[in-house]
Design a protein. Structure first.
Length: 314
């Protein structure tokens, strides 16, 4: 067990955590970044990012995150592969427990992001990851060249996934539980008029069916108005029904809302009720959820941590 007390521990290496690292590292605080199962966060599963300011030609999501990591490391940020399982913020120093050790910290920035929500229907879990059920068209779309696929969801993500998949798939079924899409007007227009996309309205998935080889062979759906069921003959199922914030290890000690997102202290976007503990990015923002807003929150959290350390002794 290490007895040294870290100035700043940043949990998460997505846009929010990495930006917080650049700022705190540049302030000579030698932050320790704990990266979980998805180093670089959600942007590493995106191809082209076209709306990050300063990149008129767009930028590859993985490249952007790799650049941020290098920028933070250049100023002295340290990285450790570890998943925080529980925390004790009841006394100082703050305590973080990973499967291997206890980490002591003066300040903590939680930037754990959000994970894709799953439908929970039969077969989804069993056929997830390399067997036909996925949450990332940009990662897996190319495997479905000239095959039929289904996308589940009715928001901007589902439309984006469906449109992207038309590059490869012979046909894309968009399965939505209502008869109107939640997505923005321009995405609705593009999606519903695309010749390769067939809307499956008022329908929910019932079962992802597998074939003998252990791959997806079809998606059984049920019309919620008529009760009628049909099996879509798809080889790929792309789930795009929103995200769940990764706040579980902290939910007992910090305030979260009814959907599990961190609720910052009044008057701040990033402060929590525990002095020296800050939140940033998608784990604390269900409204904007953009790379640039996450980076902005990471910057705010870093500045708050710097100020706290300056006041209370780094
Ligand atoms: P979202 O807007 O929350 O949409 C989730 C969709 O999944 C909804 O249509 C919802 O149906 C459906 N759904 C939720 N739970 C379900 C379940 N258990 N079974 C079946 N369907 C279910 O999530 P999102 O599309 O990921 O978008 C998140 C945010 O990011 C939004 O603010 C969005 O505008 C933004 N975004 C923007 C862009 C862009 O600007 N290019 C791209 C992607 C995302 P209901 O409609 O019936 O609730």
């Amino acid at each position: 067990m290490s007895s040294s007390v870290e100035n700043v521990v940043i949990i998460g290496t997505g846009c929010a955590g990495s930006t917080a690292a650049v700022y705190t590292a540049r302030a000579n605080l030698a932050p320790l970044l704990l990266e979980g199962t998805m180093p670089g966060g959600q942007l590493t599963t995106t191809s082209e990012v076209e709306n990050f300011p300063g990149f008129p030609e767009g930028v590859d999501g993985f490249q952007l995150m790799d650049n941020l990591r290098k920028q933070a490391a250049k100023f002295g940020a340290r990285f450790e592969q570890a998943r925080v399982e529980s925390v004790d913020f009841s006394a100082r120093p703050l305590k973080l427990r990973t499967p291997d050790r206890e980490i002591l910290a003066k300040t903590v920035i939680i930037a754990t992001g959000a994970s894709p929500r799953m439908t929970g229907v039969t077969g989804e879990k069993e056929l997830y990851g390399g067997k036909g059920v996925t949450t990332c068209a940009t990662c897996d779309g190319a495997f479905y060249r000239n095959l039929e696929v289904a996308v589940i969801g009715g928001g901007d993500s589902a439309c984006e996934e469906a449109l992207f998949l038309t590059r490869f798939a012979s046909k894309v079924y968009l399965v939505h539980r209502r008869d109107t899409l939640r997505a923005s007007k321009i995405m609705v227009e593009r999606t519903t008029t695309h010749p390769k996309i067939q809307m499956v309205w008022d329908s929910v998935p019932v079962e992802v069916q597998g074939v003998a080889t252990g791959a997806v062979g079809g998606l059984k759906v049920r019309n919620v108005k008529t009760g009628a069921q049909q099996v879509l003959p798809v080889k790929g199922v792309f789930v795009a029904i929103g995200h769940v914030p990764n706040t579980q290890p902290f939910a007992q000690v910090l305030d979260v809302d009814e959907n599990g997102y961190f609720k910052p202290a009044p008057g701040s976007q990033v402060k929590t009720k525990v002095p020296g503990v800050y939140v940033a990015g998608d784990c604390a923002d269900h409204v904007y959820r953009q790379a640039i807003t996450a980076a902005g929150m990471g910057c705010q959290a870093a500045i708050e941590a710097e100020r706290w350390l300056a006041e209370h002794g780094a």
